[in-house]
Write a protein that binds this ligand. Sequence first.
Ligand SMILES: Cc1ncc(COP(=O)(O)O)c(C=O)c1O
Length: 448
Amino acid sequence: MPTRGDPSRSRYPDSAVFYRDLERTYETAARAEGVWIEAGDGRRWLDACGGALTVSLGHARPELARAASRQLGAVSYVHGSQFTTRAMEEAAEALVASLPAGYRGSKVYLTPGGAESVETAIKLARAWALATGRPERTRIVSQRPGYHGNTLGALAVSGRDALRAPYLPMLTDAPLVAAPWCPRCPLGLEFPGCLVACADEVEETLTTDPSVAAVLVEPVLGASAGGFPPPEDYLRRVRRAASDRDVLLIADEVLSGCGRTGRFLASEHAGVEADILALGKGLTSGALPGGAVVAKPEVVEAVAPDFRHGFTFSHHPVVAAVVREALRILAEEALVERAAALEEDLRAAVETVGEHGFAEGIWARGLLAGVALRRPEDGGVSARDFARAAWNEGLLVYPVAGPARPGGGPDGDLVVLAPPLTVTRAELRILGKRLGRVGGALEDGGGA
Ligand SMILES: Cc1ncc(COP(=O)(O)O)c(C=O)c1O
């Protein structure tokens, strides 16, 4: 369908944009506010996934616009090797103050995004191993399924086979152990009878592999596993195993952090502290690309004075100003507590999918929820078709593409919901109604 000359819709190859999806016709988003995104012709979508599980404070917050604008008019850029700024200093202080008491004294390294946070965390773990006299430690243990970013270093530690496949010969070798993904246990076991056997895999790897510098985990599983909250004992045992062998624990809270699961960090549910945190997404509420690494003081002391690393856009003053303001809003509006309080409302809304028989599993932790869909051949629907049908009902949900289980097909079978933490109960009811209509439309064979 040609779109050239129509400003409301664009597609490849008519446009100069190299799109994420070269087969899709893109609507032009004209306005956004709160949980709503609007096209030029007035059609509105309820954003039930905050884009890529990112928009935590609602769309187009004027406070963030003012904070960015003020900083752009004062100091718009300095290089992190030459200057610091008030915004950077205050954002770092506010971030550490948002964390549990055990992180006091930690240091904040602002990054250009989530993958760069993970890359920074991995390199920091390696620098720490070298600085503490263990040059043989070069590897990072992580989980399958799991996702830590699309740069080659982050992809090397991501258990997402579909994303890895084309680049496999270019990825460094990292042990991928079974994720604590109970709905489709990679070990074929069942909780609680399994006694959290996936944690045994981490313990065994650390016992037998002297080349491990750090264990990298998603404390609440991310998009690749539908935002599933694992048994809390998993993280506690991984923490213990890492401490016992003097290996670092990196918690990737890019998706799960900044209040998404009803605590500032998802690892707080298990009462576990990491040595290094990776943050992103909700940290800027998506208003600017940005992320952060938080490192415990002992890690920083070990690598000081020379952690050879950095980006042109790390420690960016405008990103820092937005982070500082986003953290102020999060605290002032008690949005972390709000995410916890609305968990049952979100679950109730999502359960409408189950009424139509498409779901084989539903879970929620705070304002992060997931649906495992039945296979199309078992009367279910692919995630891609589900998301398309939702789009037609004015609802944005996040489909996890790629085979989430062996034979699952490239269109995925997991859908994730993560509305802005500012969502109201009334909007969650609209979400539920629209999800119900998606089920109805799919039953009628329409929508997709
Ligand atoms: C847990 C996790 N880590 C890292 C990343 C990478 O973040 P970004 O896409 O900002 O590079 C993501 C993105 O989805 C994520 O979910």
